[in-house]
Design a protein around this ligand. Sequence first.
Ligand code: UD1
Ligand code: UDP
Length: 365
Amino acid sequence: MSLVVHVTGARPNFPKAAPVLEALADYDVEQLLVHTGQHYDDAMSDIFFRQLGIAKPDVNLGVGSGAHGAQTAKVMIALEELFTQRRPDLVVVYGDVNSTVAAALVAAKLGITFAHVEAGLRSFDLTMPEEINRMVTDRLSDLLLTTSTDAIAHLGNEGTDPDRIHFVGNPMIDTLLKHRDRFDAAGVREQLGLEGDYIVATLHRPGNVDDPADVRELVAAVHAVADQAQVVIPLHPRGRARLEEAGFLDHDGMRVIDPLGYLEFMGLVRGAAAVVTDSGGVQEETTILGVPCLTLRPNTERPVTITHGTNQLVTRQTLPDRVREVLAAGRLETWPTPPLWDGQAGPRIAAVLAGSVGAGRRAEA
Ligand code: UD1
Ligand code: UDP
């Protein structure tokens, strides 16, 4: 039986991998789930496995945090050993984190076929570590599984063989739609003691939270939002100390909390008047939930969330005015959603993966 190895490691990987693991279980393949250990706090990792019903990883490489080179190298060393021992027939990598590119490099150098889920997204901003990870991963991928048509165009422009590109939709949205009934907006509101309109913010990109001058501007901009409505921030560990040193908490309207589990976070977002974010996944989730999303970045690799969703790009300077506008406008009644963000990406991806190793459906499936 063919061996398919899935490599995950950081928070955004888990809701993307869950529907693929589930759908591929219908095929005659052996699956091995690797967690690199890039994220390791319960709230950044294990809680996703419990809440989304993902089986415990078969292997945890335990690489932990570190500078980009060191972290990527640790994943590569451990994966090279694992892949050499187990000789997978297919490796599957997800998204754009350091664990993704590390697995891609190792698979490519060992001549192991590999598939990239969420291929072709481009911000064209090489100051983002994720953009480097995406470009390198896609250049080496044998199978490129895309969430949007702009991704297909980018891959085409880069000379990727069209036969290797498969437009499959968005597995993160499979997870959202599957668990939607468990997103308890009223329950989370009560738990956090929130009254009236509130805004959810998530901020962790180096471009926002690494440089002290940026952090000072960011704090002022978010405080100007908190003048208008309470701001709830499940704060990613990156940059937390710098934000707090810059007086992030010194405003009555600011509510900084630890990262939330997936279900609680989605409940919080579902009930929000608006979201301010620099996250990739959150731009997609708000698009499906119909929550206005203000993305605090100069660009996005997910433009489909602007053309077919609720997203707009803002700067630290324009953020307070844009918040005023979306609060005045209220939630949209109807809005377009991106093609194939329909809850069936997992089965489409599984069909491509199984086809590539010549596996059929299990008799009982
Ligand atoms: C990583 C991804 C980013 C993704 C984000 C999602 C890369 C290059 N970046 O960024 O694309 O948007 O995950 O959350 O792969 N830390 C903890 N506990 C943890 C994990 C991290 O405290 O469980 C702290 C450590 O201080 C660490 C810092 O967060 O140094 C950054 O972690 P790292 O995985 O390097 O990058 P992220 O900023 O999390
Ligand atoms: N998320 C969560 N709890 C939080 C913040 C985020 O469960 O407190 C989820 C949410 O579904 C989001 C995903 O984690 O889409 C990944 O988000 P993150 O911003 O960490 O990564 P990115 O998508 O920017 O790479």
